[in-house]
Design a protein around this ligand. Structure first.
Ligand SMILES: Nc1ncnc2c1ncn2[C@@H]1O[C@H](COP(=O)(O)OP(=O)(O)OP(=O)(O)O)[C@@H](O)[C@H]1O
Length: 229
């Protein structure tokens, strides 16, 4: 069973009088454990597609099935629950809370999950900060960290809830080449060792080369696919 199924999804936005078609009849299935890149020029629909998969936005038509659950027509609470338990998010601008330390940022998404008691929260925070190589920086605030280190905190935060799928919207766009490559290698290692499915968007050819599967998007439609061995 595919972990993500997008079936004939279209997304239209109304901009004043004008209708913008961000996605047009897109169908794609992603299997558990894939390390998949959505590639395409600016405005092609990558973020819109990630937002559909992430249950952040709803499709105008078509079906979105995440981990076997059809999310079409679910209410906001059900979608929030699915997001909290199944999905992790990494953003190009890191989106860390500036007044919280690295460890508090990683702990943040766990606070509202009742099945994770405080001791387990602490254990996970230490484990994932170590995994991203930032154990020594637990007490630092984002402003005291480099861009690459901030993105590592964001990766630890995304993983803390044990999501099956991590979505990353241009995770290297605000990083220099070396830090960006480090972030991609870290994501790949986690994908290899933990089996977490990663779906990320990019228009950087070097990042595309690291994906196991490349899904090309143009003008809101899938126009090609490549599988890297
Ligand atoms: N909220 C919105 N209202 C109106 N139009 C939108 C909205 N969000 C996206 N669009 C339009 O939908 C199209 C696809 O946008 P999207 O952000 O998905 O592209 P993208 O491939 O992620 O681009 P980039 O690489 O620049 O981030 C664009 O034409 C964009 O202007």
């Amino acid at each position: 069973m595919s972990i993500v199924r997008i079936e004939n999804v279209s997304k239209r936005y109304q901009l004043g009088e004008q209708e913008v078609v961000a996605l047009h009849d897109v169908s794609v299935a992603i299997e558990a454990g894939e390390f998949a890149a959505l590639a395409g020029p600016s405005g092609s629909g990558k973020t819109t597609l990630l937002n559909m998969i992430g249950c952040i936005d709803v499709a105008t038509s078509g079906r979105v099935i995440i981990d076997g659950r059809d999310v079409t027509g679910r209410n906001p609470d059900e979608l929030a629950d699915l997001r909290a338990h199944t999905l992790g998010f990494i953003f190009q601008t890191f989106n860390l809370l500036p007044v919280l330390s690295a460890e508090e940022n990683v702990e943040y998404p766990l606070i509202n999950i009742q099945s994770v008691p405080r001791a387990e929260r602490r254990k996970r925070v230490a484990y994932f900060l170590d995994m991203v190589g930032l154990g020594r920086f637990a007490k630092h605030r984002p402003g005291q960290l480099s861009g690459g280190q901030r993105q590592r905190v964001a990766i630890a935060r995304a993983l803390a809830t044990h999501p099956k799928i991590v979505l990353a919207d241009e995770p290297t766009a605000n990083l220099d080449h070396a830090s960006g490559e480090g972030i991609l290698q870290l994501m790949k290692q986690i994908n290899d060792h933990q089996g977490t499915t990663f779906i990320f968007s990019t228009h950087d050819a070097r990042v595309m080369a690291m994906a196991n599967r490349l899904i090309r998007i143009s003008d809101g439609a899938i126009v090609g696919e490549e599988v890297n061995p």
